[in-house]
Design a protein around this ligand. Structure first.
Ligand code: AMP
Length: 211
């Protein structure tokens, strides 16, 4: 009986950054469906090729594909003590499928206004070598502070794709806020604060759940 969490929120809300920190703190596996697709894309697998067509357009990969990946992943032994899902579910069909597989304890909804997201994502750079994510204006450089590799912009962080991802979020993912509020599983967190501040708010929201 471990803690099973979902991190919900628009692209660029910082949910990935927070999910990594919380997973380290609570020793829970961090499962990011976006990361899984990016790994497949890099390894040029069939799944990677299929996902790329959707990702590059800012669209969602079909539900049945994502659901079967998550179903298999959370059945792995390391998920026996709980897990953090980051970027899944993103549609009502995915949420319903997940509820049919396992009981989720809490949903952390990291919320940030659209204009902040557009600014953040146009500034976001990733390290193709170690996978780190950085704000270009924060580090004031185009090289990775941890390994020195030249940073790149994610293909789907280009402005046209960001706009598409945001509209997909509002249409398909935002209804999940209502879905999880209805039975009291949702906690809203203001993601426009600084990283440490958001982290502390999440940890105190998890409170006794996390003990
Ligand atoms: P992310 O890194 O979470 O922003 O995910 C990057 C991209 O991967 C998304 O824009 C989608 O194309 C795809 N993706 C990730 N998670 C899901 C999901 N739960 N459902 C459908 N597509 C997803």
């Amino acid at each position: 009986m471990g803690l099973k969490l979902i991190f919900l929120g628009p692209p660029g809300a910082g949910k990935g950054t927070q999910a990594v920190r919380v997973s380290q703190k609570l020793h829970l596996p961090h499962i990011s469906t976006g990361d899984i697709f990016r790994q497949h894309l890099k390894a040029k697998t069939e799944l990677g090729k299929l996902a790329q067509g959707y990702m590059d357009k800012g669209l969602l990969v079909p539900d049945e594909v994502v659901i079967s990946i998550v179903r298999e992943r959370i059945a792995e032994p390391d998920c026996g003590q709980g897990f953090i899902l980051d970027g899944f579910p993103r549609t009502t069909a995915q949420a319903q499928a997940l509820d049919g597989i396992i009981n989720i304890d809490r949903v952390i909804n990291v919320d940030v206004p659209d204009d902040t997201i557009i600014k953040r994502l146009s500034n976001r750079r990733v390290c193709p070598s170690c996978g780190g994510t950085y704000g270009r204006d924060l580090i004031g450089s185009d090289t990775c502070p941890s390994c020195g590799t030249a940073l790149v912009q994610r293909e789907d962080d280009k402005p046209e794709t960001v706009r598409k991802r945001l509209s997909v979020y509002h249409e398909q993912t935002q209804p999940l806020i209502e879905y999880y509020s209805a039975d009291g599983r949702l906690t809203d967190i203001d993601g426009s604060l600084g990283i440490d501040n958001v982290f502390n708010k999440i940890m105190s929201a998890l409170g006794s759940d996390a003990k």
